[in-house]
Design a protein around this ligand. Structure first.
Ligand code: NAD
Length: 323
């Protein structure tokens, strides 16, 4: 099969730790022509450009004139101002999560994109993790009783312009919001700021439709890295590891006494099913979806509305933590 023509000219704005990965993926994606990157930090920008053999722009306007679409990976507090400029120049935009800091800002961006028929996608990258669609398939005929999501890190040196809710928890807020039917009702949240001025450890409790119990913890204060979702269903327990890209479905079988000759033994069985998960790089899948959304005029997998819903819930959690 011939590969599709490279028609989406993409540029990356912001070449920090996440932007560098976006450049790496854009350069390798066959649906994309990576025009280059913009970063006001010349040293940072030109280093990343050199590493991936693409062009560095030190002027945002010149950069915008060269591209059809921008992947925006600047600090979160700048998302609104930069994305607005991008969209007002009729460029499509994949904006890193969280979409913005304020809901009104995100709604304004969504309205501009709709009015100008532009693709506005949000970088909730876990939805592109290959475990996610597999999990959705498994859950199709299951009733969820409870979900527990853990996103733990020890990394206080980056993205501290926002708290751990907007930096990390927003991933699982989006995940859980999509997996649990109906509206998530926030029951309570508590946070601590141990290493930064913002909350760096937060647990939030939600109730979903039909009484589904959800608890989500996000931490930048734990000496480990963990990204897991544990789901108790009526007939099974599902353990999802987003880092290892693994899913285990556990089923408990009742124990029984069995006798053989004069021996009586207690036999306990449980069944563990390890699900096959294709080896896909989530960020590459996100870029491909963004490019296809532009090329074929369809909605991206994570829309501006999804970003807004996750942000509204996250802001509710932040407010509870301040109480
Ligand atoms: N999807 C994910 O898993 C994930 C992971 C990490 C970060 N992020 C998101 O990516 C964004 C960037 O985070 P990071 O960790 O890369 O931060 P970072 O601080 O490492 O990088 C930010 C970069 O943006 C540049 N910048 C500053 N002002 C700019 C401007 N006006 N225009 C363009 N670039 C500008 C900085 O010079 C820096 O190089 C944040 O919104 C964060 O939430 C997403």
């Amino acid at each position: 099969m011939n590969s599709p023509k490279k028609t989406v000219r993409i540029g990356v704005a912001g070449a920090g730790s996440m932007g560098r990965n976006h450049v790496r993926v854009a350069v390798a994606n066959p649906l994309v022509e990576c025009i280059g990157l913009y970063d006001p930090n010349e040293q940072q920008g030109s280093n990343v450009a050199k590493e991936f053999g693409c062009k560095y722009f030190n002027d945002f306007q010149t950069f915008l004139e060269q591209v059809d679409a921008v992947v925006l990976a600047a600090p979160t507090t700048l998302h609104f101002e930069l994305a607005k400029q991008i969209l007002l120049q009729d460029k499509h935009c994949l904006i890193e999560k969280p979409i913005t800091v304020e809901v009104s800002e995100a709604e304004e961006l969504k309205a501009i994109a709709e009015e100008r028929h532009l693709t506005l996608a949000v970088g909730h990258v876990e939805r592109y993790n290959p475990v996610y669609p597999e999990l959705q398939k498994i859950l199709e005929d299951k009733e969820i009783l409870a979900i527990k999501a853990n996103r733990l890190s020890y990394n206080t040196s980056r993205a501290n312009d926002v708290d751990v809710v907007l930096d990390l928890m927003i991933h699982d807020i989006d995940n859980v919001n999509c997996l649990v039917p109906g509206q998530l009702e926030l029951v309570g949240a508590v946070g601590g700021n141990f290493y930064t001025n913002n909350s760096d450890y937060v647990t939030a409790i939600f109730k979903g439709a039909n009484g589904v119990v959800c608890d989500i913890t996000a931490s930048k204060a734990s000496q480990t890295k963990q990204r897991t979702i544990l789901i108790s269903c009526e007939n099974c327990f599902i353990n999802v590891d987003f880092l290892r890209k693994e899913i285990e479905v556990n089923r408990y079988a009742q124990g029984a006494y069995v006798s053989s000759n004069s021996d009586i033994k207690y036999k306990q069985e449980s069944l563990v099913e390890r699900v096959f998960v294709p080896n896909v790089e989530p960020l590459m899948a996100e870029h491909t979806d963004f490019a296809e959304a532009i090329l074929f005029g369809r909605a991206p997998r994570v829309t501006a509305q999804d970003g807004i819903e996750a942000l509204k819930i996250a802001i509710g959690v932040q407010a509870q933590c301040k109480n």
